[in-house]
Design a binder for this molecule. Structure first.
Ligand SMILES: Nc1ncnc2c1ncn2[C@@H]1O[C@H](COP(=O)(O)OP(=O)(O)OP(=O)(O)O)[C@@H](O)[C@H]1O
Ligand SMILES: [Mg+2]
Length: 378
């Protein structure tokens, strides 16, 4: 395994907040960072010494990024296959193109999980309106999800009847749809696995996550859940990273259903919103861990060092007000993380608040109080 030492340059496909925070960790370790993103004002611009402005299906631009750096990773999975392959011809790409290709399409991903015996809820992949209606007839109340391009609950329609499924098929307009049975959830959790090229890996303890309208609202770490559930989730995450041959990070979102099943919701081959508290609550943040993993450095300790929480700050909070930053920061121990985005659209992730405390409940109370003050405006 080749080691990429500080002083080298890390290329990142994607310049959103995940790329920005990964880049900050890389810079702390003494690396330089180059980024490719379609948005010239992307969040990671602030920490990158070179920004290539290009679409993710521009294979020439991707090759250009790769030629100028020592190793390439990514912060978004929606990168065209041709671009991934073009990168891999010029520089080590972690995770590898094939794994990203499998994960980036919900149908490919879910089919892969199912075929390898990983636990997932009932689903059907459909290619016509009639099949979509028939799937809902068979599965009952469901969520119809476009296979690509959706995030933060976008590209999804909740349906109860075959007629609603027909309407959902039309509104998604994606030509292929995954119909997932609507599950009764007790709670949601995630695990994060870091793995190096030589197979050495580390699995973070699970986080417990709370979503509103399909978007992450808050997350706590380590998740206050029974040890057998935590152990099982970590085993699943580890097995996925091994089977897929992930180098870098893979996050696994899971459901615990009200009837006690542990089922995989979805995967992400990159840092994840539900581990932002690893910057406060874990010995090694997810961002530093990604750098260590793709550079072949020793993986950092994933031990919790303090119960931690984050609460997301969505663009809605900016509607008609100037958020009260000093107010939020007046809550003891609360830290503010803003991603440098200039336009605050509703639903857009603008930043988050983090805190640590004696318990995850207490840490959560701090970030929620911080957000209440933030939202009052000045
Ligand atoms: N089959 C399901 N049954 C019940 N709830 C679901 C189901 N699928 C999704 N959800 C709810 O919607 C949330 C978002 O779903 P999903 O993870 O598929 O969307 P996403 O757009 O990828 O979101 P994100 O980018 O925030 O991860 C889940 O975390 C869960 O709260
Ligand atoms: Mg999700």
């Amino acid at each position: 395994m080749s080691v990429v030492l500080p002083g080298s340059i890390i290329g990142i496909l994607g310049g959103g907040q995940l790329g920005r925070m990964t880049g900050m960790a890389a810079r702390s370790l003494g690396y330089d960072v180059h980024v490719l993103d379609p948005d010239p004002d992307c969040s990671a611009r602030a920490i990158a010494s070179r920004v290539i402005t290009a679409r993710f299906d521009d294979a020439d631009a991707a090759a250009d990024l790769a030629r100028g750096v020592d190793v390439v990773t990514l912060e978004i999975e929606q990168i065209a296959k041709g671009s991934l392959e073009a990168v891999a011809e010029q520089a080590p790409l972690h995770p590898r193109a094939e794994a990203v290709f499998t994960i980036q399409d919900r149908i490919r991903q879910r089919t892969w999980l199912d075929r390898h015996g990983f636990p997932v809820g009932p689903f059907r992949a459909v290619g016509t309106e009639d099949e979509c209606a028939a799937a809902v007839e068979a599965l009952g109340p469901s969520i119809c999800k476009a296979p690509m391009g959706g995030y933060d609950g976008r590209g999804q329609v909740r349906v109860k009847t075959p007629d609603e499924a027909r309407a959902a098929w039309k509104s998604l307009g994606s030509g292929r749809v995954i119909v997932e049975q609507f599950l009764s959830l007790d709670f949601e959790l995630s695990v994060l696995v870091a793995r190096r090229a030589d197979g050495v890996s580390a699995v973070y303890p699970p986080a417990v996550n709370y979503h509103v309208d399909g978007v992450l609202d808050w997350s706590v770490f380590p998740g206050p859940i029974p040890k057998p559930v935590a152990d099982h989730a970590q085993q699943i995450g580890h097995a996925i990273a091994e089977t897929m041959g992930i180098v870098g990070l893979v996050a696994c979102e899971l459901f615990v259903t009200t009837d006690g099943r542990l089922l995989i919701n979805e995967l992400a081959p990159r840092p994840h919103n539900t581990y932002h508290h690893s910057e406060r609550g874990a010995s090694t943040s997810q961002f530093e861990q990604l750098v260590r993993a793709v550079c072949g450095l020793p993986l950092g300790d994933v031990r919790p060092i303090a119960p931690a929480a984050i609460a997301n700050l969505l663009g809605d909070l900016w509607e008609g007000i100037t958020p009260d930053v000093p107010g939020a920061l007046s809550v003891p121990d609360v830290r503010l993380h803003l991603y440098g985005k200039t336009s605050a659209r509703p639903g857009r992730k603008m930043g988050h608040l983090s805190a640590v405390a004696d318990s995850t409940d207490a840490a959560l109370e701090k970030v929620l109080e911080g957000r209440r003050r933030f939202a009052k405006g000045v």
